[in-house]
Design a protein around this ligand. Structure first.
Ligand SMILES: NC(=O)c1ccc[n+]([C@@H]2O[C@H](COP(=O)([O-])OP(=O)(O)OC[C@H]3O[C@@H](n4cnc5c(N)ncnc54)[C@H](OP(=O)(O)O)[C@@H]3O)[C@@H](O)[C@H]2O)c1
Length: 272
């Protein structure tokens, strides 16, 4: 994980920013992509400052502003980045949004935004960059969630998108391994990011009641798990112990998990 060129979509905030810092600290070159220029600029400063604190001065950090849910714009910007900086060795797809709400409150516009931000953005980045990455091999990490293998109250549209990310990544991994491209999927638990703070504003009370006891993780903890999971070429990178237990319980005792969650929801609804 040294002297690589790393492209990170959604690298200006939260988990993406923490991953960018982790790679920069190890002496890799970083390019972050997001929409808001001011946030991108301050993220670049933060990544550079962090790397120089660890005495890494040769890491180059650049940014491009783009809405990765739009295929044509993403293609133009990624091709510009490739011609100016180079073909990435590593692609981390971290763009994502959650707008939790009761199913009946989710409008077609909200659904469209969730699917475009979570699914299209990942598809667009992979479909534009993989033909280039085939030339030298590499590693792609797409971001799903615990809600990518466990249905979560208030997250119908989000779960639809994050379950999709896992299926997409598993299929893609099989197709591109012949080109020496690895594919992993990150499934973070609740992590203390600007995205989660925004999400908490509309979370139904039932969701808060059933997920209230889960430990909130720091983005640096997630970033560390990503680098370790990539080194081990894991398909699923599930950083937290809670997340791993949930995954195995869901796989081997789905009825028990369903019963426990339904009971927690009913209890929360009685108390509300
Ligand atoms: N935080 C959690 O608890 C948690 C848990 C599980 C999974 N996840 C997943 O982890 C990923 C990162 O989450 P986070 O909490 O770190 O989010 P965050 O703090 O909100 O950061 C999201 C990043 O994506 C960028 N972005 C959003 N929409 C974009 C678009 N259309 N085009 C380009 N860039 C876009 C944002 O910048 P601009 O707004 O400037 O574009 C920002 O850089 C997401 O996929 C999320 O679903 C998070």
């Amino acid at each position: 994980m040294k002297n690589k060129l790393v492209f990170i979509t959604g690298g200006s905030s939260g988990i993406g920013l923490a991953i960018a810092k982790s790679f920069a600290k190890k002496g890799n070159d970083i390019v972050i992509f997001a929409r808001t220029v001011s946030t991108l600029e301050s993220a670049v400063d933060e990544i550079k400052k962090d790397a120089s604190y660890f005495s890494v001065t040769k890491s180059r950090v650049n940014y491009y502003s783009v809405d990765t849910s739009n295929f044509n714009d993403t293609k133009t910007v990624f091709e510009k980045a490739i011609s100016e900086i180079g073909i990435p060795d590593i692609l981390i797809n971290c763009v994502g949004i959650a707008q939790p709400n009761y199913f009946e409150n989710i409008t077609p516009e909200m659904f469209d935004k969730t699917i475009k931000t979570n699914l299209y953005a990942t598809w667009n980045a992979c479909s534009i960059l993989i033909p280039y990455m085939k030339q030298k091999g590499g590693h792609v990490v797409n971001t799903s969630s615990i809600a990518g293998f466990l249905g979560v109250f208030g997250y119908t549209d989000y779960c639809m998108s994050k379950f999709g990310i896992i299926g997409f990544s598993e299929a893609l991994r099989q197709e591109v391994s012949q080109f020496n491209i690895k594919v992993s999927v990150l499934c973070p638990p609740d992590t203390d990011t600007p995205g989660l703070h925004e999400e908490n504003k509309t979370k139904p009370k039932e969701t808060k009641a059933i997920s209230g006891n889960a430990k909130l993780q720091h983005p640096d903890f997630i970033a560390k798990a990503v680098l370790k999971g990539m080194q081990q070429n894991k398909l699923l990178i599930i950083p937290s112990v809670d997340g791993k237990i949930t995954f195995w319980l869901k796989r081997f005792f789905p009825g028990l998990v369903d019963w426990f969650i339904s009971r927690s929801i009913r209890k929360a609804q009685r108390e509300i």
